[in-house]
Structure formats: C-alpha cells, structure tokens
Design a protein around this ligand. Sequence first.
Ligand SMILES: [Zn+2]
Ligand SMILES: [Zn+2]
Length: 462
Amino acid sequence: MDIGFHGAAGGVTGSCHLVRVGGRSLLLDCGMFQGRHEEEARNRDPFPFDAAALDAVVLSHAHIDHSGRLPILARRGFRGPIFATPATIDLARVLLRDAAHLQEADAERENRRRLRAGKGQVKPLFTAQDAEDTLRLFRPLDFDAPADILPGVRATLLPAGHILGAASVVLDLEEDGRRRRVAFSGDIGQDDSCMLPAPRPPDRADLVLLESTYGDRNHRAREDTRREIAEVLDSAWEAGGNLLVPAFAIGRTQELLTLFAQHYEEWRLDRWLLFVDSPMAIQATAAHLRHHELFNDQARPLFDGRGLRELLPNLRETAGTDESMRINQVRRGALIIAGSGMCTGGRILHHLRHNLWRRECRVMIVGYQGEGTLGRRLVDGADRVSIHGEDIRVAAGIHTIGGLSAHAGQDELAAWYGAIEGRPPVALVHGEARGRDGLAARLAAEFGVDAARPGAGTRITL
Ligand SMILES: [Zn+2]
Ligand SMILES: [Zn+2]
C-alpha cells in the first residue's frame, strides 16, 4: 500500500495522487497544471503511470486544477469509473466542456500561426469528444455514503465547503488483512461561507493529505467583507455610472448572487439593473439551484421553492451575444457580473473597454488576481491598460474586496487537522512554498507534528 504524488506537490495546480493497494490503483483527482507557461507545458507530459491500467478515480471537486486532465486520461485508455458527488458531476460537465472548447480554439489559433510560419501542426490537449468520453465515466457518490468502490477500497465523501459538491475523500484501504485509512482534504473552504456548510474533517485517519493554499495567513472577517461590499455598492451608485464585477463563473458568481439575495433590501439592490453576463456562469447557477439542498442553514431556506427570478427580480441572465452587447447601451445603474475572474478573457473585457475610461464607473474585484493578469494591473493602480489591442485610460474607481476566498485560512486548516483523533502523520499538498511552510510551522507548534512536504514523484508507504 502506498501513495504517490504527481501534481499539486510543491505547487497549487495539477492535483493528482496515486493510491496503490492490493494490486489495484486509483487516482485522487487528475487536475490540470495552470499558471505560467512552463507549468501549463506539463499538461502535455506523459502520466508517470499507465492510464489504461488504472482501476478508478475519485474526484474531490470540479475545479479544473483537479479535474482538467481527466479527458487526457480517457484519451490514453482509461475506462474505469470516476466517482464524485452528483453536484460535482453537474459542474464538471460545464467545466470540462468549456475547457475542451478552449483547448480546441487555442490549437486552431496556434495552427493558423504555424501554417504561416511554415511549421508543423499541433493537436489540442484534448477535444470535445474526449470530454464527452470522460463524462460517461462519472459515477455519483453522495456525501456520507460509504461505498466499496474497488476490492479493498471503501470511499466516503465528506463536505469540504469549498465549492458546490466539493468533498474531502476518506479511503479505507485493506491489503492482506492490514487496514489503513487515508484522508485527503481536497480543497477546504472557509467555516463561514454565505452559501455552503463548514468543512467537516474525518474523525480519524492514519495519513492525512492536507491542502495548504493559504497555509501562511488568515482571511479578513466575513462581517467586514459584507460591510465593504455594501459600501462599494453605495458609493458606486452615488458615482452615477455602472459597476463591473469580474467573477469566476463557478462559485464566486453564485456566492455573490446569494449575498445579493440575502441583503437585497439592506443593500438597495432594487435600484440596479443586475446582469450575469456569462453563459458558463448561467449554467453553473442553474446547477447550484438544482442542488440547493447542499447549501447551509442560512442559504437553503432562501432558495427553498423560490428561484432567482423571485429573489432577484431585476436580475437578467444574458446568455446570447446580442443581449450581452445591448448591455453596452446602459450608461448608469448596471451592475454586471461577468468572467473571466481575472479579466484575462471573456465578456468582462468588453464591459471594461466600454466603462473603464469613464470616471463615474466602478470595478469591484472580488477574487484573487494572479501575477501578470489585467485584473492584477487594475488592482495595482495602472492608469492605462490595453484591451484587445486598444489603449484604454483607467478613470473608473477600482475597489478590492479581500475576504471572499473559497479556501480556508491558516486557523481553519489547523483546526480541521486538529479535530482528527490522535494527530496522525500529515503530508501537505496544494500549496506554494510559502503556504506549505507556513502551515507546517503552525502544525509543528500547535500539535507537535512534523508535516511531510512531498514533491512530484514522492511516494509514501502506508
Ligand atoms: Zn478548488
Ligand atoms: Zn484546487
């Protein structure tokens, strides 16, 4: 029995851990490497295991850095079951189809360039067909419903509070009469999400794989965040223009809509024209409403028997391009949620082009903005930016809301681990050096454990 680390080991993306027990093998996640060019190039590397010989996959949640290489796995001959919660399967359908579309479009663009340069053609990383082949392999596994997924492997999914359907994975393994329990945290959310219940740790484990994205710091208090949003809404209304909110299509958009529904009157949202201008966000919102039984005790009653139309009567979901373009005619009072979350593409770019140069407009940044993205340049106070090759003056006010992270901070990560009986050995995954080292120091100080920090290719024997 052992576990090998093949992604999100020394970095955040590409989550992929291989569990071997009694001659069987299963993967925990099979995510895409994202970020800098060298990182993304790793997606084309061969798997360090035989994809066709794998027996199963358990997927913690739908995010592409956990699910994005599943279509490559299928293309390389994997035909086994992929276990995930029904909500994760719903969201993975949206995400993997979109990712396949992007991969095909990227390859097409690259090939036109290569043709002109007299170079050979490239293939997309995976195709829409690969994504469909993958989606057929999904098998639903509910929270808190232990299932014997392979001989000698029982899997139990616990709510992780990170995005809809996100799970921590508990594997009870048995080989030659020896039993070991591995608990994989997946990505853990904050305790006080406005939409999802708090993450729930397993009661015991022999080895814990713990994420460490924000292992070195804590987030701002949720109450302060709500107040900040209310202030931005007020000042944006006073300024007399539009308010743009770049947001990730899955998770952040729905969290905002939930906050808007909860504070509709208090925040005077009735005076705005609300738009969700992203086909992917619209599909993801529908998936959230289908699974609203997974919401927390505050959010669930809100949506019980009521749709968005009733909760936010002035909300328009603009899927078509024509409807989306018509938003450009609105000069004041439009609150537009659109992707991409870091302003690296998508419809938010059109809205920024139409509104950034206007002094009376505002941009509310509600998510992490990676190095080198347009979103980061706005946060850093650039006074000119380039959008679709056009030079745009930044006259609109830019406001950053810091506390809406989908990830637990250091205190919450330490508490999650601390709730597991007997302080078992722990390996830190899914974190840059800073997060990992910060969390390792905290766990050493608080619990006296020496956390392993596996790199790609590291193997731990159980
Ligand atoms: Zn995630
Ligand atoms: Zn992740």
